[in-house]
Every structure is written in structure tokens, then in C-alpha cells.
Design a binder for this molecule. Structure first.
Ligand code: EPZ
Length: 431
């Protein structure tokens, strides 16, 4: 088992560069299936979700070549399979985008239900509703296979009952080569939705309105290969911004789109940080104890749920009481138990957390319950007094490129160490 060992108490200072967006790349890689051609994609983050998606595409017959560590060439001309088994899909949530891409290309898909972070129930009823509206028949098999078949895909109106990133993306993928016009209403507006639409349009699709809540997709017969560069990761950027504030540091976060960070910037300023925006960078300076503030997570452009654990960690150190309300996921406060071990005072009641700020956190053995919870634990450990041992770090490596090196370059004391598995430990003791 690998762990991060973190000695807290260092102010983070210096510069860090943000990688390509995880939640964009995991949609854009499956979208290449629709091109039936060669795509060259730049600014690919080196994270395990990408490794898993690349493995799935290779397994389906795609030719994949790394031109350099952040540029991939993907040839989907010879993809033949429309079946993806559970041993591959279980590694990441975004594997369900293969359904939209495969039905867009082959009019059929058989994809096992996806894995990903546990955040409460993660239904896919809105994805199914969208596929059905386009004329597909969807059946769920006992072995958790989602089976989708369509004689023809015909454009239609799809009103999403909940604002869903995944359903918006999946319906876009299924609709780009459908006959006629598809209109997605109550669509999600996240930056990665816009990035996917731009990628599809670069391949010759006709997608308009991405970034608003009505997306119009006029089906085209054929797409073609293209060159494309993934946008910077909004949440990785936000994580470094909050880490700077929590350690009372001064950090320049580079390669960002400041507009995507507005809700995070606004809350950091409310908590007492100075945030200076440049064209493609933001500087975060915090020279005092943070002040309390309230946050409520919302679909974009609201405060992102994927920043809620990290920001709540900052609020654990604030002067006064903060209220955090999670309106996207049913169960996204599990990590607070770990913060409590570090001396935080948090009361969770359903989808609200009341945080009474303390002066300092103390190092402890802690666990990354999921990707963003793991990022929050890193921030807590870097801001705390003493040493923390952080377990289950594979969750963090799903979405943060070179996280140890990046934080080290800012002055954090953090190392990745391998420990024998518990089972091995028991055997060693018994022996
Ligand atoms: C995406 O998940 C992200 N994942 C999540 O990021 C992020 O938390 C989430 O969007 C919200 O921003 C990826 O992009 C791979 P949703 P997704 O469909 O698409 C309900 C991270 O840490 N819903 O927008 O699965 C659902 O239960 C990850 O990077 C339905 O009811 O989220 C939730 O309450 C974690 N029916 C809400 O909608 C559906 O068919 C939003 O979910 C679909 C969703």
C-alpha cells in the first residue's frame, strides 16, 4: 500500500502550472470514436483516469500513440467492438460516455455500469431518457450491462429533469451524427461541456449553445480527425488556490482560465484572501487566519461540488462558524470524519455541515475516501501541525497529475512511501 507522508506547517509559496482538465479529457477521448479517423489531442493530463480510458479504447481496437507525455494520437478507424466489460468500466465513472459515442457510431452499445467516486446514489435515468428520445431502445441486464440499440437515431427534444453533466455529455455524443436537430434543455453548463462541444465542432459537428442551458445539435453524416488542446483543469486550479490560502501562502497558479474560477475566487476573497487575476494565471495570497463564510454547491456557474471538500477544509481553520450546504450529491461529507480526527469541529446534518473554525489542525493518520476528499486531506495535512499519513492515495492520482512534485515545488514536505499490505503485515507478524 502506498501512502503520502506529509509534514505540515509550511507556507506554500511559488508557482504551479495546472494540467489539462480531467472531466474534459474523459469525455473527449471516447468522443474520438465518432471521428473514424485520427485525432491528435494535446494537454492530456497524466492521471490514472486517462490511463484507464486509453486502455479501454485500445481494447476496442483504437490505435493510440503518445507523441510526447501530454499529446496523444488516437486512430479510431479500426474500432470494431461495441462491448465494454465491467473489469474495464469499473475504474472510472466516465466510462459511461462510451455508450453515447458507440451508439453515435454503431447504433449499438453494450457497456457495463461505470465505477468512480462514491458520492451517494449515481443514477443514469437522464442518460437513458436522452437515448430513448433519440429512438434507441435501452435495456439493463442482470450483470449490470447497459444494452442500447437503435435502428436509426433521430434528433429530438430532450428536457433533463436534473442538471446533469454526464447526461448532457452522453446525449451530445449520441446526437452529433443523428438525423435532424436535437435540443437539450436544462443542460449542464460546466467548462468541460463547452470543451467537448468545441472538440466535436472541430471534428465537423454542428453543436451550438454549449455553456448555456439550451444546446442545439444538428446531426451531420460524417466527422473527421482533428488537432485539439484540452482546457486547463478548473478543479485542480481551485485546489491549489485553496491550498495556498489554507497554508497562509502566496502562490501563482498558472495555465488557468480565470473566468472558470470566478465562484472559487469570490469565496476566497470573502474568506479574507487576496486574489489577483492575470490573463492565464491567478495569484492567491493569505496572510492571516481565514474568516468564516457560507458555501452552497450548485451546477456551474455556481460553486462547484468538486471544490466543496477542499474549501470546507479551509473553513475548518477560519475564525467563526461557517455553513456548507451540498446540493448536488447526497453523500459528500464522509471526509469530515477524517478532519475531525485532525482536530476540526464539524457537525454534519444530512446535506449541511456546520463548521466551527479552530486555530490549528494537528497531523493524524487519515484516509482519502474519494478523489476530492483526498485533495482536501492533502490540504488539511499541509496546513496542520505535525505529521499526517494519508492512505488510499490512488483516489487522488485518478485526477491530479504529479501532485507530490507540484506541492513540493511550492515548499510542502510530502513524500510517497510504499508499505507492505495489511495482509502481508499480518503474515509477517504471524511468521
Ligand atoms: C460529473 O459527474 C463529474 N464527473 C463529477 O466530478 C461532478 O461532481 C459532477 O459532474 C457534478 O459537477 C465527471 O465529469 C466524470 P451529474 P456526473 O450527472 O456527470 C443526478 C470529480 O470529483 N443525476 O452532473 O456523474 C445525480 O445523482 C467528479 O471529478 C440523476 O438524478 O454528475 C446528482 O445528484 C466526482 N440522474 C446530479 O444529478 C442522472 O441520470 C448531478 O450529477 C444523472 C444524474
Amino acid at each position: 500500500m502506498d501512502k503520502f507522508i506529509i509534514t505540515g506547517g509550511q507556507r506554500l509559496t511559488g508557482e504551479v502550472s495546472v494540467s489539462g482538465a480531467k472531466n474534459a479529457v474523459v469525455a473527449i477521448l471516447p468522443a474520438t470514436i465518432l471521428a473514424e479517423d485520427v485525432c491528435r489531442i494535446e494537454n492530456i493530463p497524466n492521471i490514472s483516469d486517462v490511463t484507464a480510458m486509453v486502455k479501454i479504447l485500445k481494447n476496442m481496437g483504437a490505435g493510440i500513440k503518445y507523441i510526447n507525455p501530454s499529446t496523444l494520437e488516437i486512430d479510431t478507424r479500426f474500432v470494431r467492438s461495441h462491448v465494454v466489460e465491467h473489469d474495464l468500466t469499473k475504474q472510472l465513472r466516465a466510462s459511461y460516455y462510451l455508450i453515447g459515442a458507440l451508439i453515435g457510431r454503431f447504433h449499438k452499445a453494450q457497456v457495463a455500469m461505470p465505477g468512480g467516486c462514491y458520492l451517494g446514489l449515481r443514477p443514469i435515468d437522464q442518460h437513458i431518457k436522452g437515448f430513448e428520445a433519440l429512438g434507441a431502445e435501452v435495456t439493463m441486464e442482470e450483470n449490470a450491462m447497459v444494452n442500447v440499440q437503435a435502428e436509426h437515431l433521430l434528433g429530438n427534444s430532450v428536457y433533463l429533469d436534473v442538471v446533469s453533466v454526464g447526461a448532457t455529455i452522453n446525449v451530445m455524443l449520441a446526437a452529433v451524427k443523428a438525423r435532424g436537430l436535437t435540443v437539450i434543455e436544462n443542460a449542464a453548463k460546466e467548462p468541460h461541456i463547452v470543451d467537448l462541444a468545441n472538440f466535436l465542432n472541430t471534428m465537423g459537428a454542428d453543436v451550438r449553445g454549449a455553456g448555456t442551458d439550451v444546446i442545439k445539435i444538428r446531426g451531420v453524416e460524417k466527422l473527421h480527425g482533428c488537432e485539439y488542446s484540452i482546457i486547463p483543469d478548473q478543479i485542480e486550479a481551485g485546489t491549489y488556490m485553496v491550498a495556498a490560502a489554507a497554508t497562509r501562502g502566496n502562490v501563482l497558479v498558472k495555465n488557468v482560465i480565470p473566468k472558470h474560477l470566478e465562484s472559487i475566487t469570490a469565496k476566497l476573497i470573502e474568506a479574507g484572501a487576496t486574489v489577483i487575476e492575470d490573463d492565464e494565471a491567478v495569484r492567491v495570497i493569505m496572510d492571516k487566519r481565514p474568516g468564516h463564510c457560507n458555501i452552497k454547491t450548485m451546477p456551474h456557474p455556481g460553486f462547484p461540488t468538486d471544490m466543496q471538500p477542499q474549501f470546507s477544509t479551509l473553513l475548518c481553520l477560519a475564525e467563526g462558524t461557517s455553513f456548507v450546504s451540498e446540493s448536488v450529491w447526497d453523500n459528500r461529507f464522509r471526509y469530515t470524519e477524517q478532519l475531525t480526527r485532525m482536530g476540526a469541529t464539524i457537525h454534519v446534518n444530512g446535506k449541511t455541515a456546520v463548521i466551527e473554525g479552530v486555530e490549528a489542525l494537528k497531523g493524524a493518520p487519515i484516509r482519502a475516501d474519494d478523489l476530492r476528499a483526498g485533495a482536501a486531506m492533502l490540504i488539511a495535512a499541509m496546513a496542520a501541525n505535525g505529521v499526517s499519513e494519508l492512505e488510499e492515495i490512488q483516489h487522488i492520482e485518478r485526477g491530479y497529475e504529479n501532485v507530490v512534485d507540484k506541492f513540493r515545488s511550492l515548499g510542502a514536505i510530502i513524500e510517497r512511501r510504499s508499505f507492505p499490505d495489511d495482509e502481508e503485515k499480518v503474515q509477517m507478524t504471524a511468521g
